[in-house]
Ligand binder design. Sequence first.
Ligand SMILES: [Zn+2]
Length: 332
Amino acid sequence: MKKIIGCFLMLTLMLGCIAVKKGKDGAKGKDGVSAKKEFFIDSTLVKKHLYTLASDAMEGRKSGTSGIEKAAVYIENEFKKLGLKTFENLETYRQTFTFKNRRSGEDITSSNILGVLEGKSKKDEIVIISAHYDHLGMKTSGEGDLIYNGANDDASGVTGVLALAKYFKEVGNERTIVFAAFTAEEMGLIGSTHFGKGINASKYVAGINLEMIGKIPSFGPNTAWLTGFERSDFGKIIQKNLEGTGYQLFPDPYKKYNLFFRSDNASLARLGVPSHTFSTTPIDVDPDYHKVSDEAETLNMTVITQTIQAVAKGTESIINGKDTPTRVVIKK
Ligand SMILES: [Zn+2]
C-alpha cells in the first residue's frame, strides 16, 4: 500500500481519535468517578491492516507456507507495538505446533499468534477475541488471478482483533483479554482446537470471534449477526449494550449452513465457553466466498470500522466484569 499520509499527520489523526468523556463538573464529575476514556476505531489503521493482510504478497496465507509466515510476522509486530504480553508460559507470541493435513497427509508446522492484555481487577477471568489468519493459498494451475486473498475471509476479522487490541489497551479492561489469530481454520478449525486443548475452559467467560465482517448484511447497514444466538445470553447482553447506538445485532439468519460449528468459536463452545461468531456477510449470495475474487477492494471499509466499534461497545460490560454470559451446553 502506498504511503499517502505523512507520519506527523497520521499521529495527529490518531490523537484526534481519543476523546475524554468528562463528568458534569469537569474531569472528575460530582460523584467522584474518574473521567471515562472513550476511544474510536481509526478507519485509516483498519484499512492498513486489511490491505496488508489481504495483499498478494501474503499469497493467500495457507498454513505451512511462506505467505502465511508474512502475516504471522505482521500480527506479531502489531502485538509488540501495543505492548501485549505473551500467553501463559510462552516466550513469544507464537503457539507453534505440528499437525497432519487430513487431505494431503503431509505434516504442517504452524502457529497461533496470541497476545494478552492482563485484567486490572479480574485477572483470572478471561475473554478471548479471535479470528483466523490463514486462508486457502494459491491455485496450483490456471491463468489470471491465482491468489485466494481472503480479504473478507478472514483478513477482515484479524483486522478487527488488531483494532480491538488497540481499543482495549486505550480504554482498559477489568478481565484479562487474550487476542488470538488462529491458524489452519480452513483445514478444519485446527489452530483453535489445539488452543482449546491447552486451557482451563472454566476460566474463559466469553469468546468473541470475528468472521467476514466486510460486507453489508441482508439486514441493512449498521447491523451484524451472531452465530448460536440462542445457545447463551451473550447475544442479548450485546443487544442491550448497543441500545441507542443505532447499531443492531441479529441472530444468524442462515441456520441451514450450521455456521456456529464452522468457525473457531466452536472449538471453545464445545468446552462450554459462551463463544460466538460475529459476521456481516450475506453468505448465501456472496459471489466472492472462497473465490480468488475475495479482494480488499470488494469490502466496505465503513462496515468493517463500524462493526469493530460496535463489537467494542457491545462487549464492554463483559470485558469489565459487569456481565457474565451463560455457558453453552452442547449435547454429545
Ligand atoms: Zn473464515
